[in-house]
Unconditional design. Structure first.
Length: 241
């Protein structure tokens, strides 16, 4: 199960272990997250465990805002991977902790668009707007340790940070001990057309990052879904990170 929440007295624990969005049955959508977090309405402390390759930008921003606006103290634990929009969700914590052998990845948002030339130009403008919002969110968290220009350059390059690097640049507040990666879901980006620089292995582990080998199939399914709608509405777009 990609999304799980456990409530005990005044403490809630949430596991975000999967893709963000509403494309697939096992993804984590803002809608099902909002329904699940109702279980934590009386919580004073929420711990969010993150291991996610990212997904839909707007779904992720909604989840981020739900956590930021919750009355409880929110602690985030990055346990394996906080990539793309999952890295933004991770910044929702009052305190963000990350395992030394985990990864934090940021890159530019991407989209698929169908329509006339003006539709593609509008989509490019929308991507620029979304990118600016993401840069501002990262910069706010780093507290001046990284400039907006530096963050933008990292996003252009698709940059993967180890725990120590993410901590040094202000994305996370504390480092935790190295975790046993065999106990975590792992994601294979080797066949994905949208992730370029994924590391082959996690530090401290001989295991290849390998458990979500249908990542590219899901991307194709998203594009096929958008194609279906474009036949009716002429143009369709989705933004992912």
């Amino acid at each position: 199960m990609a999304l799980k929440i456990l409530m005990k007295q005044k403490t809630a624990e949430i596991w975000l272990y999967g893709e963000i969005g509403s494309y697939w049955l096992d993804t984590i959508s803002a809608k099902n997250f909002s329904e699940e977090i109702k279980k934590a309405k009386d919580a004073e402390t929420i711990t969010v465990h993150v291991n996610s390759p990212g997904g839909d930008v707007f779904e992720g921003i909604a989840i981020y805002n739900m956590l930021r606006s919750h009355k409880a103290t929110v602690d985030v634990e990055i346990e394996g991977l906080a990539a793309s929009i999952a890295s933004i969700i991770s910044l929702s914590g009052d305190t963000v902790r990350m395992a030394e052998n985990a990864f934090f990845m940021i890159h530019n948002p991407w989209t698929a668009v169908f329509g006339e030339a003006k539709d593609l130009r509008e989509a490019a403008d929308k991507l620029d707007l979304v990118r600016d919002v993401l840069v501002q969110t990262y910069a706010k968290k780093t507290g001046g340790k990284a400039t907006k220009e530096q963050i933008g350059a990292w996003m252009d390059a698709e940059t993967w940070f180890t725990g120590k690097e993410a901590h040094a640049n202000g994305f996370v507040d504390e480092l935790t001990n190295t975790l046993d990666m065999a106990a975590l879901v792992k994601f294979d980006f080797s066949r994905s057309k949208f992730i370029k620089n994924a590391p082959k292995t996690f530090p401290g582990s001989d295991e290849i990052v390998s458990l979500c080998s249908d990542q590219d199939k899901r991307a194709r399914a998203r594009i096929a879904h958008m194609t279906m709608w474009s036949q009716k509405f002429k143009t369709a777009s989705a933004i992912a990170a």
